[in-house]
Design a protein around this ligand. Structure first.
Ligand code: U5P
Length: 219
């Protein structure tokens, strides 16, 4: 995945035409599009290949099962044309190894959720987030998902992984995080959903966040 705009669009809408229209509108401001259950359940797995015409696609299935099931899920995801899959880390090393094994067969990537961005993410996940980050590093994942709503946690995770793994960070805008803060804290990409796809002018909204990120990077 190239790092140009440092932004990933979370396309959590359930109408195929609208999803494709937004992708066409904003692709130049994002390095990837993240799809998950809302869009895939509504429109089918084929939407991944359609969106891959615009940018690399990250499949956010938060894969969290036994190794054999994880293997079967990842196979489907990469066969469908995704460039990366998001897996949970709390299921343990063998489950994560299964995702990394399939991803490497396809020469694709795995991101591992260390701690989620909503308030409840602090309840059970935060206390184990650093151990999950270490595990993801040892397992050969490509990156971590860490919360833009808590830039200090992104900073902490960055310290643990150094520059060996990437960080993608959801929680910007609708959940209260600021793109520039989380880029300053060490995220490689911010993930933005509602602030773009619910905006009156999605392209303008994407442009503004992209500019905020570039200003932060340039200092
Ligand atoms: N997401 C989070 N927090 C996490 C992990 C994933 O928000 O810890 C996902 C959501 O499922 C959604 C996107 O797809 O990132 C954020 O969307 P929004 O809040 O910008 O609309």
């Amino acid at each position: 995945m190239e790092k140009n705009t440092h932004m990933i669009l979370a396309l959590d809408i359930t109408d195929r035409e609208e999803a494709l229209k937004i992708a066409e509108d904003v692709w130049e401001f994002v390095d990837a599009i993240k799809v998950g259950y809302p869009l895939i359940l509504a429109t089918g797995l084929g939407i991944i290949r359609e969106l891959a015409e615009f940018t690399p696609v990250i499949a956010d299935f938060k894969v969290a099962d036994i190794p054999n099931t994880n293997r079967l899920i990842c196979d489907q995801v990469f066969e469908a044309g995704a460039d990366a899959v998001i897996a949970q880390g709390f299921t343990g090393r063998d489950s994560l190894d299964a995702c990394v094994e399939i991803a490497s067969e396809y020469r694709k990537d795995v991101f591992v959720v260390s701690e989620m961005s909503h308030p409840g993410g602090a309840d059970f996940m935060q206390p184990v987030a650093e151990a999950i980050a270490k595990m993801a590093l040892e397992a050969g994942a490509f990156g971590l998902v860490a919360p833009a709503t808590r830039p200090e946690r992104v900073k902490k995770i960055r310290k643990i992984i150094g520059d060996k793994l990437t960080i993608i960070s959801p929680g910007v805008g609708a959940q209260g995080g600021r793109a520039s803060d989380v880029i300053a804290a060490g995220a490689d990409w911010v993930i933005v959903g509602r602030s773009i796809y619910k905006a009156k002018f999605p392209k303008e909204a994407a442009r503004q966040i992209a500019e905020e990120i570039q200003d932060e990077i340039r200092g």
